[in-house]
Design a protein. Structure first.
Length: 453
């Protein structure tokens, strides 16, 4: 026992009845739990109730299924926390007792507790960081002043808020990745490049007054450098020059002459745009839908700015309105001001007299139902696909059409080989197992060529 205790915290001799005949501890502090007083008692009586089955399993004659890491049990003493110990038992023919060796787990438990506390603190800090990031992101996106984050080396846009999209006339798409110089007149680009170079090495903001945009509007810029991941980037603020801002707001706020805009009574989120998609009016339900706090942050923007991940959908919608005047149940994905995506159904109507378009935006319940495509080899296959364009997102239509094409190819291979599955797999470049999987997926397990029947 003395020899073994050099490498263990607790050493016991336990007889066949489970009674501790002798015990030795290597650390005197363990006696604060009365460990030496366990001698003469049943080991099962010295542990907590949930540890009793573990002690009985450890002392059982069958030693084949014992875990290599031992059994972790707890000793309970009044007025103190439980003492965790991991025990392993050993038997030998020449030894009339079961040798039980224990290792104190207090330090390990303390380390685990510290680890958990540290992890909880890190998660709390991470949540606080996420909340702070969300607040600043919201402030950046909803700011009435146009702001850009600019890559200092490439001089391209890293990020832009809604006001910048409107001011630079890029409401139809995203500014991200585009060179800043492309949004200004050719005669102003050299001046802009010099200002960017100056701002990268200046501790103070660099101001540019009366610079013409690509649309010919006069505006002012403020450029300030900042460090990000070892790179010097720029924070750019833009605003219309004196006098231009008031004119711009008036243009954006005034409806087109000859008709009034009133969407307050519409029971769904609704907007009205001109023929190009620039928003002229919106109701409060639409503001709630896209998380826009005020009407001024919506008026003048292109409707496509909320469909950047499905830009082709808006193009198809407006193209269909030219021919059909009214489009209902048009599926798409809307991205709100907080970068959240949502499946929506659009219904639109074009006024042939004024050219304006009124659009209802309705939340769409996700469904697992697949698109109903015409059966393969039908005469109107091409017309069937064409009729779905504009009704479903392009990526979904492509996925479904690929399944139809795959089924057609498998049927053709079976026809050519007179239903020889091995030959069909070779023609298609598939293994026989892959072919059988595809046959089951397309319901072709019992397929027979027309010539065979």
């Amino acid at each position: 026992m003395s020899l073994i205790s050099l490498g263990a915290d607790i050493v016991m001799f336990v007889d066949d009845k489970g009674i501790i005949s002798s015990i030795r501890i290597s650390d005197p502090r363990l006696d604060e739990w009365g460990v030496t007083g366990f001698a003469g008692k049943r080991l099962a009586d010295c542990v907590t109730i949930e540890s009793v089955p573990k002690v009985e399993a450890m002392l059982a004659p069958d030693t084949k299924n014992r875990p290599a890491r031992g059994y972790q049990v707890n000793h309970r003493v009044d007025g103190r926390p439980d003492l965790p110990v991991v025990y392993s038992a050993h038997r030998a023919d020449w030894l009339p007792f079961t040798l039980v060796i224990g290792r104190d787990l207090r330090q390990q438990s303390l380390d685990q507790q510290r680890l958990v506390e540290t992890q909880m603190a890190m998660e709390a800090d991470y949540r606080a960081l996420q909340e702070a990031e969300a607040r600043y992101r919201t402030a950046f996106k909803l700011s009435a002043v146009a702001h850009l984050m600019l890559d200092g080396d490439r001089k391209s846009v890293l990020d832009a808020n809604a006001a910048a999209l409107t001011l630079l006339g890029a409401g139809k798409g995203s500014l991200t990745g585009k060179p800043l110089r492309d949004f200004f007149g050719k005669q102003e680009r050299e001046r802009l490049t010099d200002a960017i170079s100056e701002a990268r090495h200046s501790a103070s903001p660099v101001l540019i007054d009366s610079i013409l945009s690509a649309k010919g509007e006069e505006m002012s810029l403020s450029l300030r450098s900042y460090r990000e991941n070892g790179v010097t980037n720029l924070f750019v603020s833009l605003w219309p020059s004196s006098g231009a801002q008031e004119i711009r707001l008036q243009r954006g706020a005034e409806p087109a002459a000859g008709f009034a805009i009133d969407l307050s009574g519409v029971p769904e989120a609704a907007v009205q745009t001109d023929a190009d998609g620039q928003i002229q009016a919106a109701n409060t339900l639409f503001l709630d839908f896209v998380h826009a706090p005020s009407l001024s942050q919506v008026i003048g923007r292109h409707i496509g700015s909320w469909f950047t991940k499905a830009a082709i959908d808006i193009h198809v919608l407006f193209s269909r309105l030219v021919d059909e005047v009214v489009v209902r149940g048009f599926s798409s994905v809307l991205t709100d001001n907080l970068s959240g995506d949502r499946q929506v159904s659009l219904s639109a109507r074009q006024n042939p007299d004024t050219g304006t378009v009124q659009i209802l935006v309705i939340p769409q319940i996700l469904s697992n139902e697949r698109i109903a495509l015409p059966p393969p080899r039908s005469v109107d296959q091409a017309e069937g696909f064409a009729s779905l364009v504009g009704k479903v997102p392009l990526k979904e239509l492509i996925r479904e059409s690929l399944d139809v094409i795959e089924k057609i190819c498998i049927e053709a291979a079976l026809d050519q080989t007179n239903n020889n599955r091995a030959g069909a797999a070779e023609i298609l470049g598939l293994s026989r197992q892959s072919l059988y999987i595809k046959l089951r997926r397309h319901g072709l397990e019992d397929y027979r060529p027309a010539s065979a029947s």
